[in-house]
Design a protein around this ligand. Structure first.
Ligand code: LLP
Length: 389
């Protein structure tokens, strides 16, 4: 077995063995159909955030009844689609959303499986843009509100209380915030039990960080162990879901780009490459440091401190700053850790076609997305008759 995606997934499987636990791969981190098909073959569950992702899971052979629908703004159509597909759980994030799910379920005359995502007000100690468990975040509801939602849901014929969910952030490198959030959730489940509301399932979220530079996140096994230990210590025997994205996909992928030009100004040196912020948005959006290496090491060239920049007309168009690189025009470079939140966050900005995606298994490789063409980029655009030349 050589595919890194599978190796990482199995680390979670082994880490959770002995427990009634399901890995629900977080589709948003890398949603290529081949990646999802590979997960489906492992009998992985999925965590999705849109109707489009639900379609992807189904297309790839995944099972909706092993899929959780997260996200703060599910539309009526998405809810109906999920219910008709027999989704495992709709993780709701507001009273208004519960009301809407209830209405759609009544209309379809089916019980909607629901879990409330609670917001425990815990600092995940990660980049503010990917921290989701603080009171100020748009995510989840406070425990008091969750209690009201459970009380209401437990009395409705068209709502089936499935479980409880929490997810406090992404790229977390310390276990403390996760353990603190889960402890609060376990206390709350006990309170619900005393209220006669029985929760069977605990969705512990995702968010385990990876090493991009010098971070020191726990290993997958350590992360699983500490969650299981906590549950055991607190006498919590609910079945659990875990929703890892990045920990499975980040280091399963690299972005390959070619050096077009080397440029030097009085102030800086630049390696101008043919990939750009439209292909990989993380560096400028999150100030993310991602390692950049030449595909072939060349001992004959001198290492230079360079900014690795793309062709887009924006100063924010960089993949890395102040990197020691020995490259010349025509060389290939690889940006490491690009398997998560890379292609999925890409765009056609500057009318740049999206690149090909390739799945590599040792010496074997398959194209799993072909290079986009100009026609595919403009196909949906229409010039109205009256302004056509
Ligand atoms: N579950 C829920 C409800 C989530 O919102 C997320 C991530 C996950 C699980 C999985 O988190 P992971 O295991 O991948 O950390 N674009 C950002 C990351 C956004 C993550 C959003 N939600 C980045 O490039 O760093």
């Amino acid at each position: 077995m050589k595919i890194r995606l599978e190796h990482n997934w199995r680390e979670f499987e082994n880490g959770l063995s002995g427990r009634d636990a399901k890995i629900r791969y977080f589709v948003k981190s890398n949603s290529n159909l081949a990646v999802l098909a590979l997960m489906a073959r492992l009998d992985s569950g999925f965590d999705i955030v849109s109707g489009g992702e639900l379609e992807r899971v189904i297309r790839a052979g995944g099972k909706p009844d092993n899929t959780i629908f997260s996200g703060v703004a599910k539309t009526e159509n998405e809810i109906a689609h999920a219910l008709k597909s027999k989704i495992f759980s709709l993780n709701l994030e507001s009273p208004a959303e519960l009301k809407r799910i209830h209405a759609v379920a009544k209309e379809l005359d089916v019980p909607a499986p629901v879990s409330v995502r609670v917001n425990p007000d815990v600092d995940a100690k990660t980049h503010p843009h990917i921290s989701t468990g603080l009171r100020e975040a748009k995510f989840g509801v406070p425990f008091e509100v969750a209690l009201e939602l459970y009380r209401f849901a437990s009395q409705q014929r068209h709502l089936a209380v499935k479980g409880i969910a929490v997810h406090i952030g992404s790229q977390m490198t310390s276990l403390d915030p996760i353990i603190s959030a889960l402890s609060q959730v376990i206390d709350f489940v006990k309170q619900l039990n005393r209220d006669g509301i029985n929760i069977q399932h605990l969705d512990v979220g995702g968010g385990l960080g990876v090493r991009y530079k010098d971070e020191n996140p726990p290993t997958i096994r350590e992360y699983c162990r500490s969650i299981l230990d906590l549950l055991e210590k607190r006498g919590c025997n609910l079945s659990i879901s875990i929703e890892p994205g990045r920990a499975i996909s980040a280091h399963s992928g690299v972005l390959i780009s070619r050096v077009e030009y080397l440029k030097a100004t009085e102030a800086k040196r630049f390696a101008v490459v043919d990939a750009a912020m439209n292909d990989l948005l993380r560096p400028v959006l999150f100030d993310a440091w991602m390692e950049i290496v030449p595909v072939k090491q060349k001992a004959t060239i001198e290492e230079m401190l360079s900014d690795v920049v793309g062709p887009i007309c924006e100063t924010g168009d960089f993949l890395g700053k102040d990197r020691l690189l020995a490259v010349e025009s025509g060389d290939l470079i690889a940006v490491l850790g690009a398997g998560a939140y890379g292609a999925v966050m890409s765009s056609n900005y500057n009318t740049r076609p999206k690149p090909a995606e390739v799945l590599v298994d040792s010496n074997h490789f398959d194209a799993i997305r072909t290079r986009e063409t100009f026609d595919q980029m403009v196909n949906l655009e229409v010039i109205p008759e009256q302004i056509r030349i």
